[in-house]
Structures are given as C-alpha cells and as structure tokens.
Design a protein around this ligand. Sequence first.
Ligand SMILES: Nc1ncnc2c1ncn2[C@@H]1O[C@H](COP(=O)(O)OP(=O)(O)OP(=O)(O)O)[C@@H](O)[C@H]1O
Length: 259
Amino acid sequence: MSKSIQAIDMNVYYGSFRAVEGVNIDIDARSVTAFIGPSGCGKTTFLRSINRMHEVLPYARVEGQLLLDGDDIYGPGVDPVTVRTLIGMVFQKPNPFPTMSIRENVLAGYKLNGMRLSKSDADGIVEKSLTSANLWNEVKDRLDKPGSGLSGGQQQRLCIARTIAVKPDVILMDEPCSALDPISTLAVEDLIAELKEEYTVVIVTHNMQQAARVSEKTAFFNIAGTGKPGKLVEYAETSTIFNNPSEKSTEDYVSGRFG
Ligand SMILES: Nc1ncnc2c1ncn2[C@@H]1O[C@H](COP(=O)(O)OP(=O)(O)OP(=O)(O)O)[C@@H](O)[C@H]1O
C-alpha cells in the first residue's frame, strides 16, 4: 500500500554537525518526488532519515518528526528494522547479494526477517516482484543463477524487485541510475513511472532531465557554503521548478548556473 510522507521541522546531524536544517515537506502517496541540488546540500542525508537508515552510523541523529500516513516513524517503540521494510531503499550502486541466486535475492527480505514461506507463496512473490520490476522475462529461465551474473541495469532492477518483494509503502532511491548505461537508465526510469501506481517513490538525482522525466514534484535543496547546513529551498510541481521557480537560487541551479 502506498502511503504519504510528512516531514516536520527535520534536522539531521552527524555528531555536532547539522547537515540538514528545518525540512518541512508533504509528499503524496502514489507519486514520484525528485530531490535535486548541488553536492553536499543534504539530499542523501535527508533521504536516509526517511527510513532511519542514517542510524547505521552511531553518531548520526535527527530532530523533528517524520510521519508515514500520520504515524511518526521515530515514535517510542518503533523498530527501525520494521521502518526499513515499510520504507525500502535502492542505492546508487546495484548491490545484489553476491552469493545468492536471482530467486534468493528477491526473497532476501523475508529471509532476513526470519519469515518462512511455502514454495508456492515464494514462487508467487518471485514472479510478481520480478514482473513489477520489468525483469521477469529476462530472468525467468535462470532464477537459480547468481544475481551478480546480470548486467548492471538488470542488477538494479533485481534490487528494486527485492525492495518491492516485502511490499513496502514507500521506495526511496538514491541516484539509482548513476552507475547505469543510458539504455538501462531508460529501463529503470520507465519502471519508476510504473511504480508510482502502487508506491510512493522519492528519488535523489543529479540528472535534471531525469527529474523532469520521472517526477511530478521536485524539491530543490541548497547550501549556503561549506560547513553550513543544507536546506529545502523550494518544493513544487516539477514543471514549476524547471520553468517558473519562485526562488532565484532554484532558477540558477536548474539553468545550470551553479552546482
Ligand atoms: N557519514 C557522514 N559523516 C559525516 N558527515 C557526513 C556524512 N555523510 C555526509 N556528510 C556530510 O553531510 C553533508 C550533506 O551530505 P550529503 O551526502 O547528504 O549531500 P548530497 O546533497 O547528497 O551530496 P551529493 O549530491 O554529493 O551526494 C555534507 O557536508 C557531507 O560532508
């Protein structure tokens, strides 16, 4: 099921360094939102705070609230591992588990969560997830071969299938195409457009054409200078951000004047 995200005055720190300051944003369910902005403005940091992934670093912490359909994912008693099942993440570099087959990779989330599946349930999940990731036809005859034997673009779609398999509400993507060739990039972009029928998708991208192609809304983050926190400067329909932004810095960035 797809759910909305609401960040309320979110700050993200690495130790005493505030990397992201005062983010307020409402992201609709069943939508694709792009995060853009120059290097170091906190896009990845903020993205990782949406599923508590930053907590793998003991010195990283947040202030503020992050609501998933109204429920605070930082609320008392909320398990970060459960949060990461509800809010999945796809990384820059495709990272299938190298010793696992294609099939095992798709089912990895269930295994890691200690859930047992019948063979027929597992078969159904593998086929549905790979189909949703636009990969089924390419791999259906070699499900028991290693996931690492696929092309980069196929590996990234396998990682998306692995994320989808546990039925998340939200899929976060951190520059998911930056390690892919143009054809594979198009395949993943097509997939993103289809995913929004069922999921809330948030994608960090450096590629403005990509943001324009795949997203309905775009959030522009910026940074005043080295050592300063990143901030959300402007958030609007993607066409507005690219054609008629309210802020001068947004216009300068999208027209390639800096960053
Ligand atoms: N693990 C970390 N420990 C300490 N500081 C970090 C860590 N990761 C990022 N930072 C700092 O936080 C700030 C924001 O970084 P972040 O990677 O979120 O920016 P970004 O906008 O995603 O950049 P890029 O577009 O280059 O990936 C930067 O100043 C960065 O140096």
